[in-house]
Design a protein around this ligand. Sequence first.
Ligand SMILES: CC(C)(COP(=O)(O)OP(=O)(O)OC[C@H]1O[C@@H](n2cnc3c(N)ncnc32)[C@H](O)[C@@H]1O)[C@@H](O)C(=O)NCCC(=O)NCCS
Ligand SMILES: Nc1ncnc2c1ncn2[C@@H]1O[C@H](COP(=O)(O)OP(=O)(O)OP(=O)(O)O)[C@@H](O)[C@H]1O
Length: 197
Amino acid sequence: MKIVGLTGGIGSGKTTVAGFFKEMGIPVYIADEAGKRLMSTSEEIREKIIGLFGEKAYKDNQPERKFIASKVFNDQEMLAKLNQIIHPAVARDFEQWHRKQSSEYVIYEAAILFETGGYKKCDFSILVKAPQKLRIDRLKKRDNSSKEEIQQRMNNQWSDEKKSKLADFIINNEDLEHTKQQVEHIHFEILKAGKNS
Ligand SMILES: CC(C)(COP(=O)(O)OP(=O)(O)OC[C@H]1O[C@@H](n2cnc3c(N)ncnc32)[C@H](O)[C@@H]1O)[C@@H](O)C(=O)NCCC(=O)NCCS
Ligand SMILES: Nc1ncnc2c1ncn2[C@@H]1O[C@H](COP(=O)(O)OP(=O)(O)OP(=O)(O)O)[C@@H](O)[C@H]1O
């Protein structure tokens, strides 16, 4: 079964695109969600995160995401340490999930697929792109986040230009109907490649 990595900068529309694949019956694994679930449920991760950021990082056994975000997105070293705690656990969780699926391919959605080298484990990679201004406007609306908060996260991600060089497929996510058409096209290309391999 093929693994298709799906990525894109903050607010590009990864989850929206993943939803279109799901509608076509393709199993989707969302690394961001898995990371969140593991932070809440794994005692080992909780202990490590408290070791890194102190007791304030958790309240009633649940991660204080805003507090943790304020400590990492302006400090590359701390972000790397947090990634080192969460990414291996997510990789193990994905392996377990992947073994249980039965379909031509699965989608692995991750915010930083190229930055982590995770794309090397994928048979294909898809990059979701949208103009930066549109992304910021969407996030302001969705999360009520400030331009500064969004910009800090963008600073910790590769540019679309750099990611485009490594992507097998690129989706321009501006008009939703057009995005859906691009997803359908890629879906058939992946199925075709599966038959030819
Ligand atoms: C710092 C945390 C607690 C902030 O939580 P919050 O709910 O505000 O954000 P959420 O997880 O929903 O992520 C939203 C977006 O932020 C950006 N982002 C998140 N983690 C990272 C990262 N490690 N590097 C760069 N950008 C990131 C992505 O664009 C992502 O889509 C959380 O993002 C986290 O634990 N990040 C580190 C682990 C990680 O890489 N998770 C994502 C894939 S497993
Ligand atoms: N083509 C589009 N037209 C209008 N709104 C869109 C479009 N694509 C996504 N959106 C909206 O923009 C917001 C961000 O999209 P989405 O959550 O899919 O992005 P994401 O890349 O997964 O975000 P994050 O990086 O925060 O995880 C959402 O509120 C979504 O409904």
